[in-house]
Design a protein around this ligand. Structure first.
Ligand SMILES: [Zn+2]
Length: 93
C-alpha cells in the first residue's frame, strides 16, 4: 500500500504541501472565486479541514450575504496540478 497516491488532502496544510488549488462557485449568484490556500492557512490555521463541510462553516458568498440571499449554496472544486505544473513547482536542488 502506498501512501503517495491517492493522497487525501483533508487539511489545509496538506493541501498547501500538495500545491493543489481550490475554487468555489456560488450557486446562487454564479460567482466563482479561487481560494488562496496559503491565505486560508494564515486565517484558519494549518490543521483546519479543507473538505466541504469544514469550509462551508468559514466561507460564504459575500455578495449574497450582503444582498440577503442564501449565501451558503457553495460548491468547492479541487484542482490538481498537471505534471507540468508540478515539475515547475519543484524547488531547485
Ligand atoms: Zn453568491
Amino acid at each position: 500500500m502506498s501512501n503517495k497516491y491517492p493522497f487525501v488532502e483533508d487539511t489545509l496544510s496538506k493541501k498547501l504541501q500538495a500545491g493543489t488549488g481550490l475554487s468555489v462557485d456560488c450557486l446562487t449568484c454564479r460567482r466563482k472565486a479561487t481560494l488562496e490556500i496559503a491565505e486560508l492557512v494564515k486565517r484558519l490555521g494549518p490543521d483546519r479541514g479543507c473538505l466541504h463541510w469544514d469550509l462551508i462553516k468559514v466561507i460564504y458568498c459575500h455578495q449574497c450575504r450582503a444582498a440577503g440571499r442564501d449565501d451558503l449554496t457553495l460548491q468547492f472544486t479541487n484542482h490538481a496540478l498537471t505534471p507540468e505544473e508540478r515539475s515547475r513547482r519543484k524547488p531547485c536542488p
